[in-house]
Ligand binder design. Structure first.
Ligand SMILES: Cc1cc2nc3c(=O)[nH]c(=O)nc-3n(C[C@H](O)[C@H](O)[C@H](O)COP(=O)(O)O)c2cc1C
Length: 182
């Protein structure tokens, strides 16, 4: 797929079939992620691939409860208070991109890896969506021990992937505000 085609047409997908994403496809997405640039070439990203439905459901419940304690936006609170709202939209897999430990630029590095992963997913016909709702929980002591990852890791980008049942229309972008100098 042409790069500009992928950039222009990738969407945050929130409606998935139950079909699993094939192992080689998941591996190709992680391969794309690690091609991202990183500050001082530290490549701090680490990955957790979670495909256990019961664990995904549990994380959805616990992340919602934790998030509700602090969520100021009424629209988001309404979602979180809805028992039928699944923060992972029942996607068959979650890929968490985390940094090995806290250090300057690790969040930027992992976010760049995340964008590569989402573009590669789109090129492979796989839907994806970054789930910010899960981030604080997965970065908490409870979330890390549930995943069996070291407490030193920094959870940055929880990304669901799956085969899209439907794809939403694009959100029109605001015209870029640019101060041109020279
Ligand atoms: C940091 C970040 C956090 C996000 N968190 C969520 C989330 O928790 N739930 C969700 O449904 N979408 C989430 N999204 C997806 C955005 O809502 C989506 O990218 C945006 O509406 C633009 O749509 P598009 O990606 O289809 O262009 C998140 C995106 C980013 C970059």
């Amino acid at each position: 797929m042409d790069l500009m085609d992928a950039i222009n047409n990738r969407r945050a997908v929130r409606d998935y079939t139950a079909e699993a994403v094939e192992q080689p496809v998941l591996e190709s997405l992680i391969h794309a992620a690690v091609q991202a640039p990183s500050a001082v070439d530290t490549q701090p990203w680490r990955f957790v691939v979670l495909r256990e439905r019961q664990l995904l459901d549990r994380i959805s419940r616990e992340a919602k409860a934790q998030r509700l304690l602090h969520e100021p936006m009424a629209e988001l609170r309404a979602h979180l208070e809805n028992p039928g709202f699944h923060i992972f939209y029942h996607a068959p897999a979650l890929i968490l991109i985390a940094a090995e430990h806290q250090a300057p630029w690790v969040v930027e590095d992992c976010a760049l890896a995340a964008q590569n992963l989402m573009l590669a997913a789109h090129a492979a016909g796989v839907g994806s969506c970054w789930i910010g709702f899960a981030q604080a929980y997965l970065d908490s002591a409870a979330g890390k021990s549930l995943l069996g990852i070291p407490q030193s890791w920094v959870a940055v980008a929880p990304i669901i992937v799956g085969h899209p049942r439907s794809v939403p229309p694009p959100h029109p972008r605001h015209a870029p505000q640019v101060r041109w100098i020279g």
